[in-house]
Ligand binder design. Structure first.
Ligand code: ARG
Length: 579
């Protein structure tokens, strides 16, 4: 594993400088592989040593690195040390590299990378991740899908790094729209249709009652009345509301399952409605609640304290708003779950909302407000299905499965699949995820089914294809890679070394994903791994090679498959074994 080698290098540096090994670890990184030649394996950044005070800033850089290079003694692991542009380059013994890495992957496949020294500071916390959070009876749009898959990735990553993760779905289940929905359902609703296709029916009723309410004042009055009853806790109205909510949650659970996503709690705005009065009271007591001329209640969140920016937390009629419920929810979650950090995942149009939320919490003297983070992502344009514009999550999944199944129909291996629909579904979903995770999540992008589902290029189909191919290689050699022993002498060629060198970077890549809460580093790492595996496949045959060579190569391919499959799992992709 990479940290074994980083330690070896750090030990030498520690001897020279007299500082602890740990000081050097973050300054040592694996060098990205070059397609052309086999280069050195690790680099030491001299700038990092200057910034953590090990080296003085002055003096000639070249002289300094040359001197340092001479002081380090090659040993059985570090074969060569050379000055480089940014510091030093290290070449390590390739036999030890192959043996250490593949042995570790064989013995502890799940722990590879995630238990690295480098990641020690990122574990042992309790993290609450709030994501997906659709609104009842309204559209589930591309933004909700992005929130779902990004939030799932963040949760998976945090959990893999040894944190306790609490996954929360914060439903839009309160507000005036429930007045309309309730009134609408009493006029247009059907219990039968609700049982048959709940999400569709609630959506239809909501759309229609909105349309009718535009020209019909009595509907608006009924809606206000219904919502008033809800807020007053009227049993019959609440029962209907609860039925909408329960059915919706059940439906969502079923669909999230297809996506491989689950939640620990289905919370929602309604849960915190009752607490908003306490929040307002507390704000008043702390002297934070100001009254405007219009009669609204606001909190000053300007740094100068001059009201140059403020957040509205109460309407002039005394009722609370979306942000008031969010303040209440945050306080309540802190009390219930005592998290170390809380992460909200929504599109970037809510950036100001979360800035206001965190500022209010800070003004309320909640020190943990600093450990709340908003992960903001960009918009997706043009996501549509055969039914037109996307309204339901299920339609997106059905469309992906359907299109993938059609594409697969043209391939000759499809007939060997036990359950082609299931494979098409998994591959289709990976295609959606990969398309989404390719760039910085803040970026907007245009969605195109043709591009998403291509088998060539850096797509989810290609990831799955590579994984399935590796599985098929293992199947053909029935169990050859289970044999613990292999001779690393047979893995000294360029292709094998490239794969091994690449695997050395896995923990660094996870570290970067965790720091920035961005999946693209891991995705790009896996894509490169797939390209390296494709070349190795061509040049390093297993079948027909002498048994000892075949055995060593199988170990290499098995190791690559383990990392590929672990990495896909973190991204929220279920690897398929055949396709
Ligand atoms: N339901 C909201 C929407 O669809 C997203 C909720 C985001 N989370 C929050 N705590 N405000 O826009």
């Amino acid at each position: 594993m990479a940290c074994f080698f980083r330690r070896k290098i750090a030990a030498q540096l520690s001897r020279i400088f007299g500082h602890k090994e740990d000081v050097f670890i973050p300054a040592i990184s694996a060098i990205p592989v070059s397609r052309k030649q086999v280069g050195p394996d690790f680099q030491l950044s001299v700038n990092d040593l200057v910034s953590n005070g090990v080296l003085s800033a002055g003096g000639d850089f070249k002289t300094k690195t040359e001197l340092l290079a001479r002081q380090i003694q090659p040993d059985e692991v570090i074969e060569d040390i050379a000055p480089s542009r940014g510091g030093l380059h290290f070449r390590i013994n390739k036999i030890i590299l192959a043996k250490t890495l593949l042995k570790q992957l064989h013995e502890d496949p799940g722990g590879f990378g995630v238990r690295s020294d480098l990641l020690r500071g990122t574990s042992g916390k309790r993290t609450l991740v709030e994501f997906s959070s659709p609104n009842i009876a309204k559209k589930f749009h591309a933004g909700h899908l992005r929130s779902t898959i990004i939030g799932n990735f963040i949760s998976n990553l945090k959990a893999a790094l040894g944190n306790e993760v609490i996954r929360v779905n914060y439903l839009g289940d309160w507000g005036m729209q429930f007045g309309l929905l309730g009134a609408g359902f009493q006029r247009l609703g059907s219990q039968d249709k609700l049982r048959q296709n709940a999400l569709q029916h609630l959506f239809d009723v909501y759309v229609q009652v909105n349309r009718e309410a535009e020209s019909d004042g009595t509907i608006q009055e009924e809606a206000r009345q219904f919502f008033r009853l809800l807020e007053q806790g009227d049993e019959r109205s609440l029962l209907l509301w609860k039925q909408f909510r329960d059915i919706t949650v059940e439906e969502y659970k079923r669909i999230y399952k297809r996506l491989g996503v689950h939640f620990d709690h289905y919370s929602g705005e309604s849960f915190h409605q009752a607490m908003t009065q306490d929040v307002l009271h507390q704000l008043k007591q702390q002297g934070l609640l100001k009254r405007t001329q219009k009669g609204t209640g606001v909190v000053d969140i300007s740094s100068a304290g001059d009201m140059s920016s403020y957040a509205t937390v109460q309407r002039s009629d005394g009722t609370s708003l979306y942000i008031t419920r969010d303040v209440a929810a945050a306080l309540d979650r802190k009390e219930k779950y005592d998290f170390d950090e809380m992460i909200y995942v929504t599109d970037k149009s809510q950036e100001n909302h979360f800035h206001q939320l965190f500022s209010i919490l800070q003004a309320m003297q909640q020190p943990w407000a600093q450990r709340c983070r908003h992960v903001a992502f960009g918009l997706v344009q043009g996501m549509s299905t055969r039914r037109g514009e996307v309204v339901f999550l299920e339609d997106i999944l059905d469309e992906a499965r359907h299109r993938m199944l059609t594409n697969m129909g043209n391939s000759k291996t499809t007939k060997d699949l036990d359950d082609p629909e299931d494979t098409a579904e998994k591959v289709g979903i990976s295609a959606l995820i990969v398309q989404d995770f390719k760039g910085p999540i803040r970026s907007d992008y245009r969605f195109e089914w043709e591009r998403v589902l291509q088998s060539q290029g850096d797509t989810g189909v290609f990831l799955q294809y590579t994984h399935a191919r590796l599985c098929s290689l293992m199947r053909m050699q029935d169990g050859g890679a289970e044999e613990a022993n292999f001779d690393p002498e047979h893995l000294l060629d360029k292709r094998s070394t490239q794969i091994l060198q690449h695997l050395l970077r896995y923990d660094e890549v996870l570290h970067q994903c965790d720091q920035e809460l961005q999946p693209r580093y891991l995705l790009n790492f896996l894509m490169t791994l797939c390209h390296l595996v494709a070349s190795a496949h061509k040049e390093l045959p297993v079948k027909g090679s002498p048994p000892a060579v075949a055995q060593a190569r199988l170990h290499l391919f098995a190791g690559a498959r383990t990392v590929l499959s672990n990495g896909m799992g973190l991204l929220g992709i279920t690897p398929v074994n055949k396709m």
